[in-house]
Write a protein that binds this ligand. Structure first.
Ligand code: ZN
Length: 127
């Protein structure tokens, strides 16, 4: 990271950080509830589930279990990402790309306040 480019503009306005912090924290709480709901909806977590199902019931349960796992994994990923953004916020690095160290576009942050890398770096990662 080139040190000479470090300017005052890299700082995210303090007055904006407070609502963002609140948003991230409430999103984490909300997603945790969602995650719990998904896991509870998983047929494999049903205590009344019998092991002597017909193959048809078994297939339904397999699909339900698979769906729940995919959804839960997606939600867990979001939680991890939000926590990451929150910890960056706490050390005063919110809004700064983790990869290139440049300011993340505020439009991008307003759409998804949990992002921690800029659009350019994300595109590079995806390609
Ligand atoms: Zn970047």
């Amino acid at each position: 990271m080139p040190k000479k480019e470090e300017k005052q503009e890299l700082k995210f306005p303090q007055k904006l950080l407070r609502p963002i912090k609140g948003f991230l924290e409430s999103e984490i709480v909300r997603l945790k509830k969602t995650e719990k709901g998904i896991r509870n909806g998983d047929p494999f977590s049903d205590p009344s589930r019998t092991l002597e199902n017909s193959s048809e019931e078994d297939a339904d349960e397999q699909i339900g279990h698979f769906e729940a796992q995919v959804k839960a994994r997606f939600v867990t990923k979001q939680i991890v990402q939000l926590r990451r953004a929150l910890s960056l916020l706490k050390i005063g690095k919110y809004g700064i790309c983790e990869k290139c160290g440049k300011m993340i576009d505020t439009d991008r942050l307003s759409i998804n306040p949990g992002v921690t890398i800029c659009i350019k770096c994300e595109k590079e990662r995806e390609s």
